[in-house]
Design a protein around this ligand. Structure first.
Ligand code: PEP
Ligand code: MN
Length: 360
């Protein structure tokens, strides 16, 4: 696959002509289950076979994994199918056992990335390894924790690193199990452009019928690969049943995904693209100018209210403005959600300006 990374990574060394695919069950359940799924994935685009051996569950009382026994089953997978193997590690003991059983790719789960103590313990246990190590984003939308985990692994001289975007938990109701918050993954990619970035639509959506759309969005955003939970009998899986797909469905998803190129050398395409980008730059500057003007007016309002000792927030007027903006926005093809978010941010900045004048 073409990509815009500056340095050659473990991913380039795989020389794939499609996005990286990591697939396999959420959890290893029995030897037969692990081997059956692996055989069904054998002659597909799947590059790494995943299975959770130690399962971190938010609440106790659920299936917590088969433990080290499952590593033997993964070794059998490699011997019988040639698929490389992947599992989650959450402490030094897991790392040592996984390395002993020659697991090819280890990942740090979302509940571990939140803890610098755990990440440091894993980094120390993996010091200098040439295995591939992927870091899932932390459960909560905190970019610094994610970056910190990568830095700890990097400082432990672990070279074959990558990240997995699996979405973020939220108190707000959402159609996702874990909100994608794509901008956080994109920000991480901007900070570490050479790190392979894998999307995990299974844990983002929590529902198998939404996996295709999230996978397509990820590829449109230049993600390097996908991790998709796969089981021959998803409904009866011992964990994450609603989000697993059959091997056949996985192959269908991979066939239907549109794989877009990073760029195209054709001259007319580049001329048109540059032209549109220049337009966007001009409009962005205009937006900043206009926002500056709007805040100047807010400063003026602040001064008037100060003279008359009137409160900053007048919610009736604000609700009227918002309602009108949603309607106007709709006419221009802008979603209600976007308009509300945009104008809430603008309104907050206006309030800050007025407050500064009143209290200044
Ligand atoms: C998993 O991949 O099965 C898993 C537990 O994921 P996460 O750490 O993203 O919740
Ligand atoms: Mn899972």
């Amino acid at each position: 696959m073409e990509n815009n990374k500056q340095m050659r990574t473990w991913l380039d060394d795989l020389n794939l002509d499609h996005p990286l695919v990591i697939a396999g069950p959420c959890s290893a359940e029995t030897e037969e289950q692990v081997l059956k799924i692996a055989h069904e994935l054998k002659n597909t685009d799947v590059n790494y076979y995943r299975a959770g051996i130690w399962k971190p569950r938010t609440r106790p009382g659920n299936f917590e994994g088969v433990g080290a026994l499952g590593l033997k089953w993964l070794q059998k997978v490699k011997a019988e199918t040639g698929l490389k193997t992947a599992t989650e590690v959450a402490n030094r003991n897991h790392v040592e056992l996984a390395l002993e059983h020659d697991i090819d790719l280890l990942w740090i789960g979302a509940r571990s990335t939140v803890s610098p103590f755990i990440v440091q313990e894993i980094a120390d246990a993996l010091e200098g390894t040439d295995k591939i190590v992927l870091v899932k984003n932390p459960v909560n939308p905190d970019l610094a924790l994610w970056l910190g985990a990568i830095e700890r692994l990097s400082s432990a001289n672990i070279k074959n690193l990558g990240v997995i975007h699996r979405g973020f938990s939220t108190y707000e109701k959402s159609k996702y199990r874990n909100n994608p918050e794509w901008q956080i993954a994109i920000e991480l990619q901007t900070r570490f452009p050479d790190l392979p970035l894998i999307n995990d639509p299974s844990h983002i959506t929590g529902k198998r019928d939404m996996i295709f759309d999230v996978s397509q969005t990820a590829l449109d955003l230049n993600f390097d690969g996908l991790m998709i939970e796969t089981h021959f009998d998803p409904d009866n899986a011992w964990s994450d049943a609603a989000q697993q797909v059959t091997p056949k469905a996985l192959v269908g998803i991979m066939e239907d995904l549109k794989i877009r190129k990073e760029s195209d050398p054709e001259a007319q395409y580049n001329t048109d693209l540059n032209h549109l980008r220049a337009q966007i730059d001009v409009v962005d500057n205009q937006i900043i100018d206009l926002l500056g003007k709007r805040m100047k007016a807010a400063d003026g309002i602040g001064a008037l209210k100060k003279q008359k000792n009137v409160a900053v927030l007048q919610s009736k007027r604000w609700n009227e403005i918002l309602g009108k903006m949603v309607l106007d926005g709709d006419e221009k093809g802008l979603s209600e959600e976007f308009i509300l978010r945009l104008f809430k941010a603008i309104h907050q900045e206006s309030i800050n300006h007025q407050e500064a004048v009143i209290n200044g």
